[in-house]
Structure formats: structure tokens, C-alpha cells
Design a protein around this ligand. Structure first.
Ligand SMILES: NC(=O)c1ccc[n+]([C@@H]2O[C@H](COP(=O)([O-])OP(=O)(O)OC[C@H]3O[C@@H](n4cnc5c(N)ncnc54)[C@H](O)[C@@H]3O)[C@@H](O)[C@H]2O)c1
Length: 270
């Protein structure tokens, strides 16, 4: 049986996922897409050889085995309830939404009750395999330092609320320091990886530092984790997506790799 995928969100990540499935790089069928911006969905469909249908959320869920959310943190509650409520598996890219304890509980309970799986890809970071193993012991602290060109932070609530002039930043500048829960609300489109780290670290403190550097064109995520296992440090220099500078190309690739791992018989890594 070929896995039927329904895609919610036809932006930078959605497009890469759709193209990979269309090229046969994932043994699955993209059966339907949905985007609240119909033009985005139609544009995505135009470039594909296959013919997924453009459907509303409920119909998309009905015809899919797994629903892939690549839309926004705000979309997650509705998409999760629709998919899990109907017994469909779910992949979430806007992981920051799950730092809301109420939503996380709902997602976990629905998935357990209906026998569904929820997949959270590693996104734009490396090292989750080791952190996952470390979480079976004791993790004391995780720190994430995210450095991007200032334009990658445009539109973030933290920037808008404080009236920060990103174009005036002329040297590397720390613009935020705080816990992961605050970071994902302050920069919902930038540090979903903070939420993924937080969920992997199983309650350990995750501190986030956000740096705007006008002299770089890559999105850098540096992670340091300490616990009774020792210490892990990782650093990724990500190429930003050409369609969305807030999003790294590796995030879309991690979604594709997760879909592959669902359908392939051999699972590699923790
Ligand atoms: N986990 C990670 O590491 C990671 C990395 C990068 C991005 N992300 C997150 O993944 C999501 C997608 O990223 P992207 O770069 O493709 O974003 P994007 O802005 O390029 O595309 C998002 C698309 O979703 C649509 N959309 C938004 N809200 C919707 C809703 N409620 N219902 C249906 N469609 C909706 C938009 O119209 C847009 O076409 C974002 O939330 C982003 O923050 C996660």
C-alpha cells in the first residue's frame, strides 16, 4: 500500500516536500494539498507532474494516511485536531506550537486514543540523535545560539513589539536571550528548533540566544548540551531557503528524510 500524504502549507518547506514526492524520492503519493492562500497552492500544483487535489482541510484529512503540517504555529491546533481526531498520522514542522502545554497534552492524548503517530523532524539542527539518547539519562542544560542575517527576523512579534530597526544593525548583536518557551512566541518563524530541543531534552532547561549578524548569509544554529552523559556541541551553517530566508534548506530536507524513514524498512539512527 502506497502511503497517501496530505500537505497543509504550500510555502518554502511544502514546495520542497511536494517536489521530492513528485520526483519519486519518497515512496509515497501526494494526494492533496491545502493552503489558506489558494494562489500558493495553485502555484505549487502547476510545477508537479502528479495531480494532487486542492482540497479544504477536512477533505484532505479524509483522503490521507498522514497529514504534513508545513504552515504556521497558528495552524497546528486545527490541523492536529482534524488529523488525529480522524485517526490519521501527523507530521508537524511548526513545532514551537507544542510548547503550549495544553496543546501538547491534547496532541499526545488524541494520538494515544486513536493509535496515531506524530512525527517531529529534526528541522534545521543536528545532534538530536545524541540528545535523545542523553535524555534517557539526565540532561542538566541545553543552550541554543541562533545567528541569522537581520532580514531573517523581519516580522517577528519581538521585533515588531519593540520597534527594533533591523536595518540599523551594523555588527553582530544579541537581540534576545531567554527560555525556549519565550523564544518560540517571540520568534515563531525562526526558532522552532528551540521547541524540538526542549521536547527532546524532556524537561531540562533550554536557553536560547538570538544573534543578528549583518555580515552573514547562512543561518547558524549552535547547540551545547550538558548532563550525566558528558557534553555535546554541534554547529550547523544552514543555507537559507530561496523562498523564505527565515527557513533553512535543511529543515525541508529533514521533513523529506522523516517521510522516507516512515516508508523505508531500515531505520538508521536513534
Ligand atoms: N522545525 C523546524 O526546524 C522548522 C524550520 C523552518 C521552518 N519551520 C516552520 O515550518 C512552517 C513552514 O515553513 P515555511 O518556510 O514553509 O513557511 P512559508 O511562510 O514559506 O509557508 C507557509 C505556508 O503556509 C500557509 N499557511 C499559513 N497558515 C496556514 C493555515 N492556518 N492553514 C493553511 N495554510 C497556512 C501560508 O499561506 C504559506 O503558503 C513554519 O511554521 C516555519 O516556522 C520549522
Amino acid at each position: 500500500m502506497v502511503l497517501k500524504i496530505g500537505l497543509v502549507g504550500c510555502g518554502a518547506i511544502g514546495l520542497e516536500i511536494a517536489r521530492a514526492i513528485d520526483r519519486g524520492e519518497v515512496e509515497a503519493e501526494l494526494v492533496a494539498v491545502f493552503d489558506r492562500n489558494g494562489d500558493r497552492a495553485r502555484e505549487l500544483l502547476k510545477g508537479l507532474r502528479g495531480k494532487p487535489r486542492l482540497l479544504e482541510l477536512e477533505e484532505l484529512v479524509e483522503g490521507s494516511d498522514i497529514v504534513v503540517e508545513a504552515a504556521s504555529q497558528r495552524a497546528v491546533p486545527e490541523v492536529a485536531r482534524a488529523a488525529l481526531g480522524r485517526g490519521r498520522d501527523l507530521m508537524i514542522m511548526s513545532v514551537g506550537a507544542l510548547l503550549d502545554p495544553g496543546l501538547r497534552r491534547t496532541v499526545e492524548e488524541l494520538a494515544r486514543d486513536r493509535g496515531c503517530r506524530v512525527y517531529l523532524p529534526s528541522g534545521a539542527i543536528s545532534g538530536l540523535d545524541g540528545l535523545k539518547s542523553a535524555g534517557a539519562g539526565r540532561i542538566d542544560i541545553v543552550t541554543l545560539t541562533t545567528t541569522k542575517n537581520p532580514r531573517g527576523f523581519a516580522g517577528a512579534p519581538y521585533i515588531e513589539d519593540r520597534g527594533i530597526d533591523l536595518s540599523a544593525i551594523s555588527k553582530p548583536t544579541v537581540i534576545f536571550e531567554g527560555p525556549a518557551e519565550e523564544a518560540v512566541s517571540a520568534f515563531p518563524a525562526n526558532v522552532n528548533v528551540a521547541a524540538t530541543l526542549s521536547l527532546t531534552a524532556r524537561g531540562a532547561r533550554v536557553r536560547v540566544r538570538i544573534v543578528a549578524d549583518p555580515d552573514i548569509e547562512v543561518n547558524i544554529h549552535e547547540i551545547c548540551a550538558e548532563g550525566d552523559f558528558g557534553r555535546i556541541t554541534t554547529r550547523v551553517e544552514n543555507v537559507p531557503s530561496p523562498r523564505n530566508p527565515k527557513t533553512s534548506r535543511l529543515a525541508a530536507l529533514s521533513a523529506i528524510a522523516t517521510l522516507r524513514s516512515i516508508v523505508e524498512p531500515v531505520k538508521i539512527g536513534t
